[in-house]
Design a protein around this ligand. Structure first.
Ligand SMILES: O=C(O)C1=C[C@@H](OP(=O)(O)O)[C@@H](O)[C@H](O)C1
Ligand SMILES: C=C(OP(=O)(O)O)C(=O)O
Length: 403
């Protein structure tokens, strides 16, 4: 799909999609609760729509497609309910590791078999009888395993004591899980590296899902690359549960100031720092937005904490390297966790951007079309988290042609 912006002047009150991360947690809480839980503004993201559909399904096989949280949270949920289930997903999902979560569930009494490759979906949950209240789990591969255990912990007969081993990455996502649990009456204790949740019921309550800060990041990039911008993103909160609100602080270095209003956040253009540096350990989903933006701004940048990018929807480090190279800039990749963007900038002249079945590749590169025409392959990938992305961009003056 070809995309360009004829005026480079962007104006919109963005009706941003709501958060799939908050939605998927709230849906597991709702399904686990015996009392009434009222949820508003549930996300239209495919990952969330898939979660809703599968929570209602009584089929033996649950296919999560490419939704990581749906795979991890449902694996723990069906295990805790001792429900015989086969969990599967797309070819890529079958390459995304789940062994750490399956080992944890086995260690507390889950009977789970792999169907193809050890450590990877598809896997079959056969039964569950809780054998101990303590589980050890490493925190440096994916926080989703820990969130998955936490969400089911109150419903387990013995509750759960989760002992976190080593570094804990994506920590704000664990805090988001705990905050939502707390909102529905669940108490927990986090002391040193141990999180303890006693057996208890989720209590009735209501929650309105916030807009998606990861999705907001593309609008920050759009404002940074525009000539003039009047952009307000609706339904984002200053007291957000989402760690990707870090975009506010990051963009202070990259030319965008945020002002919170009662019903959203207003973005205005400001100056750029000389060089960019940031550690993405706790907000990995912002990395593609920022690496492509820093390259487009012609700035020198150093990004660290990127270790989880290789096991997401695609190998995001390789994908960034390939696509930025097409725009005339070689970024340097150091090991599995660091990218350096050299000063100099890129040239946009109608190149085709491959998206690797990764919504964030499409969404992170589209703002660069403010500098010239781009051709984004498989634009439909955005449906995973932000199905109305292209419509919102068109309403902000972008022009798209073809599919
Ligand atoms: O818990 C969540 O909602 C998520 C956690 C993060 O994954 P990791 O913990 O695997 O980094 C993030 O990348 C993903 O998009 C959503
Ligand atoms: C990594 C992501 O999602 P998940 O792990 O839930 O598939 C993402 O949305 O960028």
């Amino acid at each position: 799909m070809k995309i360009y912006h004829p005026t480079k002047k962007v104006s919109l009150d963005v009706p941003l999609v709501s958060s799939k991360s908050e939605s998927n947690r709230a849906l597991i809480i709702q399904a686990s609760a015996t009392e009434d839980i009222q949820l508003d503004n549930i996300s239209m993201a495919r990952d969330t729509q898939t979660m809703m559909r599968l929570l209602d399904s009584d089929e033996l096989t649950l296919d999560v497609l490419d939704a990581g949280t749906t795979m991890r949270f449902l694996t723990a949920y069906v295990t805790a309910n001792s429900r015989e289930t086969i969990m599967t997903g797309t070819a890529r999902m079958q390459e995304r590791p789940i062994g750490i979560l399956v080992d944890a569930l086995r260690s507390i009494g889950g009977n789970i078999d792999y169907m193809n490759n050890e450590g990877y979906p598809p896997h079959k949950i056969k039964s569950f009888a809780q054998s101990t209240d303590t589980v050890n789990i490493r925190g440096d591969v994916s926080s989703q395993y820990i969130s998955a255990l936490l969400l089911v912990a109150p419903s387990l007969p013995q509750g759960l004591k989760i002992v976190l081993e080593g570094d804990v990455n994506s920590k704000p996502y664990i805090m988001m899980t705990l905050s939502l649990m707390e909102r529905f009456g669940v108490e927990y204790k986090w002391e040193d590296n141990v999180i303890t949740v006693a057996p208890q019921n989720y209590k009735s309550g209501a929650y309105t899902i916030e807009s998606d800060w990861s999705g907001a990041s593309y609008w920050y990039s759009i404002v940074a690359l525009s000539d003039e911008a009047e952009v307000k993103i609706m339904n984002l909160r200053e007291d957000s549960l989402q760690g990707d609100k870090a975009i506010v602080e990051i963009m202070e270095q990259l030319g965008v100031k945020s002002t919170f209003e009662a019903d959203g956040v207003r973005l205005t253009k400001t100056g750029l720092a000389d060089k960019f540096y940031y550690d993405f350990t706790h907000c990995p989903d912002l990395a593609q937005t920022i690496v492509s933006l820093v390259a487009a701004l012609g700035m020198e940048g150093r990004m660290i904490g990127l270790q989880s990018l290789r096991i997401k929807e695609t190998d995001r480090i390789a994908a960034l390297q390939n696509e930025i190279k097409k725009l005339g800039l070689e970024i340097e990749v150091i090991g599995d966790e660091e990218i350096r963007v050299p000063k100099g900038g890129i040239k946009i002249e109608g190149q085709t951007i491959d998206t690797y079945d990764d919504h964030r590749m499409a969404m992170a590169f589209a703002p660069l079309s403010l500098l010239g025409e781009l051709d984004i392959e498989e634009p439909g990938v955005v449906a995973k988290s932000y199905p109305s992305y292209w419509e919102d961009l068109k309403n902000a003056g972008f022009v798209t042609e073809g599919e």
